[in-house]
Design a protein around this ligand. Structure first.
Ligand code: TGC
Ligand code: FAD
Length: 396
């Protein structure tokens, strides 16, 4: 007879193939053995170890669902499980991986020329080069369609565009070799994607200062992309026009976040459960004996189980070709909201010790606020869903 497993209450793992489970195991082993021992130091010192991308590349974790070009070609579910294992350690580590895998590599794979794919994808897959995705600007975050970054014909260099403008809050920008920058083409007013290569930019045309002193996602590096008449060859423009380009990349990354946020919540749950069993208050009773504590654990376990099931279903629908972007909005929003709310509640179980970073829970809470904000803040996903439900758009 079946018995209840608090770590997988709805037996979601039964929906995974043996290969998917093996990939999850490999990712979990790497994350627990190699990332977890580094995370406290990285978070305290706001340091992202560039070697992590190479290590992930060696294991085939980067751009894992892409077929060819040195990528593993796994299912969307397997790729989601990788995100879940990385974020079980820290959202910032998942962030560094998502930007490389889902944002820049997906952009090149979906909309790149054969030449662009051959030039960039194998090195990105191995983590030999680092990439980032520049959509958000200082004046335009939720509304990227109003971006001000401009690409125009270069006045002095034939066969080149000149890019000017600023992107902000860009994960990996200070350490990136290649930047997928979204800009409006002056001649058409349409948004286009450009692959900007750091080593080919003349001095003073590209700056990528880090944004320091963050109060979340400190194990990930974030910065700006400042461009002033930055020359980019015509052959580095992607073959897609309009917001469909960046949003297609975001579809992939947002689904990864739906898995990842649940990984973070599961880590909070496991740590809170252990703490509640060990910590004794009032006549030697463990906290776990008290009903209010049990309710917190039950709520978080339920949200994690529902979130895993839903993300798995959406990933399967992606692979069978029946996905709609609204499904992704639904799981990105719900899983981030529930992970953040759950982590905050579980934090209470640690009492004063929650204030020490050695218990890890405060780090997850601070990270999950950011995860709920980037790639479409939850209220923005509510509006995407509201538009799909009513047929009326409420953005402006
Ligand atoms: P809207 O009129 O809705 O659409 C404009 C065009 O885009 C197409 N489109 C999509 N295509 C593919 N997938 C999707 N999910 C799509 N959503 C829209 C749409 O069909 C249309 O095409 P066309 O051909 O008709 O022009 O655009 P809008 O300007 O009204 O947009 C509103 C809204 C709210 C949906 C959108 O702007 C939005 O999602 N805002 C949130 C911004 C966001 O998510 N930014 C993310 C920045 S990257 C990031 O945060 C990375 S963090 C990574 C990490 O560290 O892990
Ligand atoms: P705003 O758009 O100013 O929104 C502020 C608040 O107003 C939000 O709560 C929002 O939901 C609400 N709001 C906005 N419009 C409406 C409306 N019409 N109706 C109701 N409410 C509304 N971007 C990238 O391009 N690449 C990256 O790699 C990247 N990495 C990031 C890493 C970190 C650590 C952070 C913090 C951000 C990152 N971002 C990145 C940017 C991120 O995507 C944006 O911060 C996010 O999209 C929100 O934009 P904003 O900060 O400008 O907020």
């Amino acid at each position: 007879t079946a018995s209840f497993n608090w770590e997988d209450p709805l037996a979601t793992s039964e929906l995974y193939t043996e290969e998917e489970l093996a990939i999850q195991d490999t990712a979990r082993q790497y994350c627990q053995e190699r990332l977890l021992p580094r995370v406290l130091d990285a978070y305290r010192n706001e340091h992202y170890d560039r070697k992590i991308l190479e290590e992930m590349g060696e294991l085939g974790l980067l751009g894992a669902s892409i077929k060819g070009y040195g990528c593993a070609g796994v299912t969307t579910v397997a790729s989601g499980l990788i995100a879940k294992e990385v974020e079980r350690v820290d959202s910032g580590y998942r962030s560094g991986m998502s930007v490389q895998s889902s944002l820049i590599m997906t952009g090149i794979n979906e909309f790149g020329t054969t030449n662009q794919k051959e030039r960039f994808l194998p090195d990105l897959a191995r983590g030999k080069i680092a990439g980032c995705f520049g959509l958000t600007e200082p004046n335009h975050g939720s509304d990227p369609g109003s971006m001000e970054t401009i690409a125009k014909e270069h006045p002095n260099k034939k066969g080149y565009f000149s890019l000017s403008g600023a992107k902000t809050w860009i994960t990996n920008s200070p350490i990136s070799d290649v930047f997928l920058v979204w800009a409006k083409l002056e001649s058409t007013g349409k948004i286009r994607g450009f692959l900007v290569e750091r080593e080919k930019c003349p001095p003073g045309t590209l700056e990528t200062p880090a944004i320091k002193d963050k109060n979340g996602l400190r194990a990930s590096i974030t910065g700006m992309i400042q461009m002033e008449n930055c020359p980019v060859p015509v052959e580095n423009m992607l073959e897609v026009e309009g917001l469909t380009g960046p949003f297609t990349c975001l579809n992939s990354a947002r689904l990864g976040i739906a898995f990842g946020a649940i990984g973070a919540l599961e880590d909070c749950l496991s740590r809170a459960r252990s703490y509640a069993l060990e910590r004794k208050q009032f006549r030697g009773n463990p906290l776990a004996k008290y009903q209010l504590i049990q309710k917190k654990l039950a709520d978080a376990a339920t949200d994690a189980a529902y979130g895993s099931l839903a993300a798995t279903q959406v990933a399967r629908l992606k692979d069978s070709g029946s996905l709609t972007p609204e499904m992704i909005s639904m799981v990105k929003r719900q899983n981030c909201d529930r992970a953040l709310a759950g982590a905050r509640l579980l934090q209470e179980i640690f009492g004063g010790n929650a204030a020490s970073d050695e218990y890890h829970i405060g780090r997850h809470v601070a990270n999950l606020f950011v995860v709920q904000t980037y790639e479409g803040q939850s209220d923005i996903h509510s509006l995407i869903l509201g538009r799909a439900i009513t047929g009326v758009q409420a953005f402006c």
